[in-house]
Design a protein around this ligand. Structure first.
Ligand SMILES: Nc1ncnc2c1ncn2[C@@H]1O[C@H](COP(=O)(O)OP(=O)(O)OP(=O)(O)O)[C@@H](O)[C@H]1O
Ligand SMILES: [Mg+2]
Length: 306
């Protein structure tokens, strides 16, 4: 399956969550490719802690160059074999393949969704990865980006009738983030509007979109912020946001899940290992949340029309 990761705003936690999702999938024995299609600032190399592609592949070696036809084969990095993260490296034999296709460091020449060659090469790459890996996660630039347009064009049902293509839209748990997630999907120039122009069936595409709430403040339990009046206020806001999400068609029925706010991730963009929980520096709830996202993503029941 091909899974596009998108968001209405930058900095919502899309890449860190998607990298952790990819890691959890691989632990479940699901071979996973991670395509860093954030044309502006590829960051997956840093999250996976692979020094050679920390801020993308050296220009000429990454996805951007591949799409422009400067490179015939796209570079693939085995995450467990290449990471500097010792605890991840030492588990090389654990789980299924986890491979990163880095973006280019400093993108230079612009790519365009109107460039037929770019769209064709993107389609060919995704078809190839989809036939090799069980899950292909494609981390797109934030907002209604060129990357999003290329993704939509490359995977049109007409051109990929037999492939399973899904969309995850990440957003934080605030009013403004709900608004921007709504806009990027349902807005006049959003994902659905653009897709219909390209020949997608509206209901079919809607059934393939799920939302992921990131860095959600804990309102109850041991990690809950504040106490007294603040706790009561947080609970009330949480309810207000749930109603707003439902009104905006981002409600519980179309949510893949949520990841609680974790201090470790506030301070450092990284893969959260079970060992981090064991060491007392990450919350168990965070690992459970990433694990649930992985389970739900590959569960057919998730993708029934709502
Ligand atoms: N569950 C979480 N709890 C706390 N902080 C988080 C959580 N998830 C992500 N973050 C932090 O939020 C920041 C933004 O994350 P990330 O880079 O993944 O966002 P992004 O949406 O991919 O941003 P960009 O638009 O720049 O690509 C990072 O510092 C990250 O560690
Ligand atoms: Mg990102």
């Amino acid at each position: 399956m091909i899974v596009f990761a998108a968001s209405g705003k930058g900095g919502v936690g899309q890449s860190v969550t998607s990298c952790n999702l990819a890691y959890r999938l691989s632990l479940h024995g699901i071979s996973t490719a991670y395509v860093d299609f954030d044309l502006g600032s590829p960051s997956a190399g840093a999250v996976f802690e692979i020094g050679s592609v920390d801020s993308g592949a050296e220009t000429g070696n990454g996805l951007h160059s591949y799409l422009l036809g400067h490179d015939s084969i796209h570079r693939r990095v085995d995450v467990r074999a290449s990471t500097h993260r010792k605890a991840l490296h030492s588990r090389r034999s654990r789980g299924a393949a986890l491979v990163l296709l880095p973006g280019d460091e400093g993108c230079g020449e612009a790519v365009s969704a109107n460039d037929r060659q770019v769209v064709r090469r993107c389609r060919e790459l995704l078809l190839d990865l989809d036939s090799t890996f069980k899950v292909v996660i494609v981390d797109l630039s934030a907002g209604r980006s060129v990357a999003m347009q290329i993704a939509l064009e490359a995977t049109r049902p007409l051109d990929m009738p037999d492939n399973e293509v899904y969309w995850l839209v990440y957003h934080r748990w605030t009013r403004q983030h709900l608004m921007s997630a709504k806009r990027v999907v349902h807005g006049p120039k959003g994902l659905l509007a653009r897709a219909v122009e390209l020949g997608y069936g509206l209901d079919d595409l809607l059934a393939r979109i799920r939302f992921v709430r990131t860095a959600v403040p804990c309102v109850t339990g041991e990690h809950a912020a504040g106490g007294g009046p603040q706790a009561a206020w947080l609970l009330k806001q949480h309810d207000v946001l749930r109603s707003l999400a439902a009104e905006y068609r981002l409600g519980d029925s179309v949510s893949l899940g949520e990841v609680p706010v974790d201090r470790l991730l506030q301070w450092r963009e990284q893969i959260v290992l079970d060992a981090d929980v064991g060491a007392g520096i990450a919350n168990w709830a965070t690992v459970v949340a990433f694990d649930n996202l992985a389970r739900r993503l590959v569960d057919r029941a998730t993708w029934v029309p709502v």
